[in-house]
Write a protein that binds this ligand. Structure first.
Ligand code: SAH
Length: 355
């Protein structure tokens, strides 16, 4: 996490090796500190003019225990002068990639591990579905947008894989960088996370994955829709609507839906008319409730509730990003604190309840 404390013009003495303290140095500079950084106890002793009583001491302990004790006399000196001392985490070992699930787009739904990995990053490659607006406050890393910019083509997957490996191996003047690949939701749910992990592993780059909160569960939840419910649904199926489904797939999904399962469709807005028609043809009852939740957990979140019969007409104004939920659980949608598009949620819910 970035420092929330205002340090404008405050004299801060930062103790820690150049490599292990590199992100902490940037954090304190960004927070406005008047920074004196000493990379070793010897450098500290050799320094002539020191701030007599700095506002704060920040110490970055290296992971090698033998260096740890060396700062003890310096810290003791400041402790007895009653200068506050804060510990900052050391940079992780250079040259690795962390694949991070960023959740559906709000800072609060990042995990603690995600926040810590961002703090340790030298470079972050992010998508627009991740909580990218928060990055300036969460990391001092260089930020690289590999998602689709309006009017631009997104960076092809092969190129992202190559960038991850290159930054980790040869970035930072050949010494390797700590790379975070920040993705929306969970990296292993329609996120191509496995491909990126494989690319790193086959290039010999250490890689790990931090799970994120998937929009497939959290976006319906933002509209008050649980994907399962003891009385209404005992299974949920998450489908990609990116490519039109085959009639066999429609049959299969309609079967699950008819048996009380919840269908959750990601990337499905463009193909919603095709999907709705396919499910009707496959025999899913026309009265089956359907909701589109746009921009879940983000500003402008909107829920539209309708039925399979009226899906195309009632959701024609819906846009990406959106999650489609089909099934009885949609009846539990709550309009709490939310703008509801179309006919009004309560009215629709009542209409659906009446059959
Ligand atoms: N890995 C992601 C999904 C990537 S596919 C995850 O686990 O959430 C991208 C799709 O996710 C979008 O087309 C949309 O259907 C859905 N999505 C992601 N974030 C969303 C949000 N905040 N609101 C609505 N839909 C979202």
């Amino acid at each position: 996490m970035q420092l929330e404390i205002a340090l404008d013009g405050t004299a801060v003495v930062l103790l820690g090796g150049r490599d292990t303290a590199r992100q902490a140095v940037l954090r304190y500079r960004r927070a406005g500190a008047d920074l004196a950084h000493f990379e070793s106890p010897a450098a500290f002793r050799a320094a002539g003019e020191l701030p007599a009583r700095p506002g704060l001491i920040a110490v970055v302990r290296s992971s090698e225990a033998e260096n740890d004790g060396e700062w003890a006399p310096v810290l003791e000196h400041y402790r007895s002068a009653r200068v506050p001392i804060v510990q900052e985490p050391p940079a992780g070992r250079r040259g690795h990639v962390t694949l991070v699930g960023g959740g559906p787009g709000s800072r609060g739904l990042l995990t603690v591990d995600a926040v810590e990995s961002l703090r340790d990053a030298d470079v972050v490659l992010f998508d627009r579905l991740a909580p990218w607006r928060e990055l300036e406050r969460l990391t001092t890393a260089e930020l690289v947008d590999v998602g689709k910019l309006p009017g631009h083509h997104k960076v092809p997957q092969e190129e992202i894989n190559r960038l991850l490996v290159d930054y980790a191996q040869t970035g930072g003047g050949g010494r390797g960088l700590n790379v975070v690949r920040l993705k929306g939701g969970d990296p292993f749910v329609f996120g191509r996370g496995a491909e990126e992990m494989a690319a790193c592993a086959s290039a010999g780059v250490p890689v790990r994955m931090i799970s994120g909160i998937s929009s497939s569960i959290a976006v319906p939840a933002a509209a008050g829709i649980p994907v399962t419910h003891r009385d209404k649904s005992h299974c949920f199926t998450v489908v990609s609507g990116h490519a039109p489904l085959s009639s066999q797939e429609h049959d299969h999904l309609a079967g699950l839906g008819a048996a009380g399962g919840t269908l959750v469709v990601l990337m499905g807005i463009a193909n919603l008319p095709h999907l709705a028609a396919g499910l009707r043809r496959a025999g899913l009852p026309l009265s089956t409730p359907l909701a589109v939740v746009e921009r879940g957990h983000q500003p402008g979140q909107r829920t539209t509730v309708t039925s399979l019969a009226r899906a195309e007409a009632d959701t024609s104004g819906c846009g990406n990003p959106a999650v489609i939920v089909i099934g009885d659980v949609v009846r539990l949608a709550s309009a709490l604190g939310e703008d509801v598009g179309g006919r009004g949620l309560r009215e629709l819910a009542d209409a659906l309840a009446d059959g």
